[in-house]
Design a protein around this ligand. Structure first.
Ligand code: HPA
Length: 236
């Protein structure tokens, strides 16, 4: 048991898929895992451990933003012995070079967040994915016939802002899209020597205001879920 996760020791698998939304974690566990057991529901952040194609994995919730994923990923790495976390989520594209439903495997996360600096003395504003999970995602996409773009991402602390333009940090680091968590996940993995990757589905095109409708969302996320599950069970 950690402060924010009530699973018993041994109830979290080595590889964890983290979705922002607890109900998405529940949806994945219910529809894709066999023998899924609910191992934590502290604060309604559901964590399920079960089998995917005979291999044990955990699917859980990170919440939104660097502070929230910072807490969950740190406790998973340090108190439950997780060695790999794959975040799955959505992002908003800064450019119409991207289309709705595109899949992005995040190479490096850029952020104005002070999380890495004040948590670990990591002063970089750009932190790379850690370990081999990024390569496993690429291989899993190839295996399952899904095309994947590799890009840097802006991990913003802000969802609503007055200026509709692309923020300077995103332009400086060729970030094609924005989400809110990868930077803290990568910082925690770098500090603890663990493995972390982030796989995203484009849900919004910011310049044109297009977005995936609520009805489309469940089906739209299936390619990402499939690729992430295959990556989770792949030998590195
Ligand atoms: N901003 C931040 N995070 C997001 C967005 C966005 O526009 N879309 C999906 N996740």
């Amino acid at each position: 048991m950690s402060i924010h996760i009530s699973a018993k020791p041994g109830e979290i698998a080595n590889t964890v898929l983290l979705a922002g939304d607890p109900l998405r974690a529940k949806y994945i566990a219910t529809n894709f895992l066999e023998d899924a057991q609910l191992v934590s529901m502290t604060r309604n952040a559901f964590y399920y451990t079960g089998q995917y194609k005979g291999k044990r994995i955990t699917v859980g919730a990170s919440g939104m933003g660097c502070p929230s994923i910072g807490i969950y990923s740190y406790e998973l790495f340090t108190e439950y012995g997780a060695d790999t976390i794959i975040r799955i989520g959505t992002c908003g594209a800064y450019t119409n070079e991207l289309s709705l439903f595109d899949l992005i495997n995040v190479d490096q996360a850029a952020s104005e967040s002070t999380f890495a600096k004040f948590a670990w003395g990591i002063h970089d504003e750009l932190i790379p994915h850690q370990g081999k999970a990024f390569d496993r995602i690429n291989a899993a996409a190839e295996l399952t016939g899904h095309s994947l773009k590799r890009s840097n991402i802006h991990s913003s602390d802000i969802f609503y802002r007055k200026d509709p333009g692309t923020p300077a940090i995103a332009a400086a680091h060729q970030c094609l899209a924005v989400e809110m968590e990868a930077f803290a996940l990568f910082a925690n993995a770098q500090y603890t020597g663990k493995t972390a990757a982030t796989l995203l589905t484009v849900s919004d095109i910011i310049p044109t205001h297009e977005s995936i409708s609520a009805d489309e969302r469940e089906k739209a996320l299936l390619p990402m879920i499939t690729v992430a599950l295959e990556a989770a069970i792949m030998e590195s």
